[in-house]
Ligand binder design. Structure first.
Ligand code: D5M
Ligand code: FE
Ligand code: ZN
Length: 480
């Protein structure tokens, strides 16, 4: 029986030798291949003859090389699946009345109450007013008003909900609980299980809203994380930064580093992109660029060479923004040149974005100052532990009224409502990284060498070290 393949070729007046026939017949798409081969031969006006195996191979090779490469190439425009999931820029407003202050706390309490009462340990939560009279073990959700120690060094707190307040005692014999309670801060919202003794609740369990362990998502690209470049400062490490830009463009580093650069799709900048002006007394003595507009122009000049990655910029406490958090996105009037760039997105501090499905929570990190000051064991050196603590508390700046100015608005935008895949911060100028319950906790350090202010506080920055989440695994690239 003459095969269909041979007939096809015969119709076009082409003969096949045995090896060519076998090659075509073994191909998993032989009919389609035969047709395109015949088309090609006929269109080329090749008059007829015997088709050999070599000719089939040649055709297949040509066909393969004409297919567009699947891998991302820097020469092809990238396609971005980028979304801003949460941004406080447009929602943030205050009318300045004291009513906002209490509705702000009511909103914080309500959001966290919802998370806490979904937990299996807290299925019988009662209003604090009822707990004041209860004889049994009670479950309550309270906001922490006050934290003190008794003379015998037990931990003594007052917690509150909209129905009342109750005193809470954590006995220092209960070592694990006492240790956990040492991380409680004012204004956080937590669950408590305890039994009433007189008008005091003896705590047996303290429960944070917490985060579940998440499944890691597949990631076929890389994202680069920056913060605290402090452009305009005399301590801004411009040479190192230029090496970083060259690396991003594939012109710096060894082969494996260039390979990583080739995968980069997103660059996230978590605040303090410029040094600003008048941020602290005597700052002008340490400024190379003393004009805020020119600082952002310089930032645009330096970042302007990056044309095929998406750049996401959030503000920090040195930026030309309202200081109170949530900080709205950088205003266009200060950063016209950056706004001219087609590949730059401006978001609030904090904000939540999705980069090809990877949910990234961006927060500059001002509240780290308060937490490092308040909680034993937390410091600027280990912001990864602070980030873990904030995730457990599900709030980015739990302490109200210290160094972190919070806008008392109708909604508390600093509650961590969604569990992110990446939690990216800056501010402390010291790199850190940890994977916690499947979440990447990243602090991206700085491109500013030690300032006079930091000398006084003995803050030793880690400079020009850039974290890259390269297809799901963390790499720290050094440009100093
Ligand atoms: O913050 C630069 C560094 O200085 C960072 O490590 C935080 C620390 N810092 C900033 N402000 C304070 C205050 N008020 N107290 C203690 N430590 C602080 P930057 O935001 O870049 O100036
Ligand atoms: Fe900074
Ligand atoms: Zn800062």
């Amino acid at each position: 029986m003459t095969s269909d393949l041979i007939l096809k070729f015969a119709d076009a007046e082409i003969l096949l030798d045995d090896a060519a026939y076998r090659k075509l017949n073994d191909h998993n798409n032989s009919n389609e291949l035969a047709e395109s081969l015949i088309n090609d031969l006929v269109n080329n006006g090749d008059s007829i003859f015997l088709l050999t195996e070599e000719m089939v191979d040649e055709f297949l090779e040509e066909k393969e090389s004409s297919i567009e490469p699947i891998r991302q190439s820097k020469l092809l425009p990238q396609e971005f699946d980028f979304q801003i999931i949460q941004d406080a820029s447009k929602k943030s407003y205050t009318n300045g009345e004291i009513k906002d202050f209490s509705s702000y706390f009511a909103n914080r309490y309500h959001k966290l109450w919802q998370m806490l009462t979904r937990k299996h340990e807290l299925q019988n939560v009662q209003p604090i007013k009822n707990a004041q009279r209860s004889e049994d073990v009670v479950e309550v959700v309270g906001m922490v008003n006050d934290i003190r120690y008794t003379k015998k060094n037990h931990k003594f707190m007052e917690i509150e909900d909209e129905t009342g307040t109750i005193s809470l005692l954590v006995h220092n014999d209960n070592h694990q609980l006492y240790e956990d309670a040492e991380r409680i801060v004012k204004d956080q919202v937590m669950g408590v299980i305890g039994s009433r003794k007189g008008n005091i609740l003896m705590a047996s369990q303290i429960i944070n809203p917490g985060v579940p362990r998440i499944d890691e998502k597949k990631m076929d690209f890389s994202a680069v994380f920056l913060s605290d470049t402090h452009i305009g400062s005399s301590t801004f490490l411009e040479k190192a930064f230029q090496r970083f830009i060259k690396w991003m463009n594939g012109d710096y580093g060894d082969e494996s580093q260039r390979e990583i650069a080739n995968n980069v799709k997103y660059l996230v900048i978590a605040g303090d992109i410029v040094d600003g002006i008048g941020v602290y007394p005597g700052q002008d003595k340490e400024l190379n660029i003393k004009d805020i507009y020119q600082q952002y122009e310089e930032a645009a000049r330096l970042l302007g060479d990056l044309t095929d990655v998406k750049i996401i910029i959030a503000p920090g406490n040195h930026d030309a923004c309202r200081l109170a958090e949530p900080q709205p996105a950088l205003p266009e009037e200060y950063a016209k040149d950056l706004y001219q760039m087609k590949n730059v997105e401006f978001v609030s501090n904090p904000s939540l974005v999705s980069m090809d499905g990877i949910k990234t929570l961006i927060y500059h990190g001002r509240s780290f100052d308060d937490l490092a000051m308040t909680v034993k064991g937390l410091s600027h050196q280990n912001s990864d532990i602070i980030m873990k603590e904030l995730l457990e508390k599900r709030h980015l700046a739990p302490i109200y009224g210290e160094r972190t100015p919070l806008a008392s608005e109708i909604e508390d935008h600093l509650v961590i409502e969604d569990v992110p895949d990446v939690f990216h911060t800056g501010h402390v100028h010291i790199n850190s990284y940890k994977k916690y319950k499947g979440i990447h906790l990243i602090n991206s350090g700085t491109f500013q060498s030690q300032t006079e202010f930091q000398k006084i506080y003995n803050i030793v920055p880690t400079c020009a070290q850039v974290p890259v989440l390269n297809q799901g695994s963390m790499k720290l690239l050094k440009f100093n």
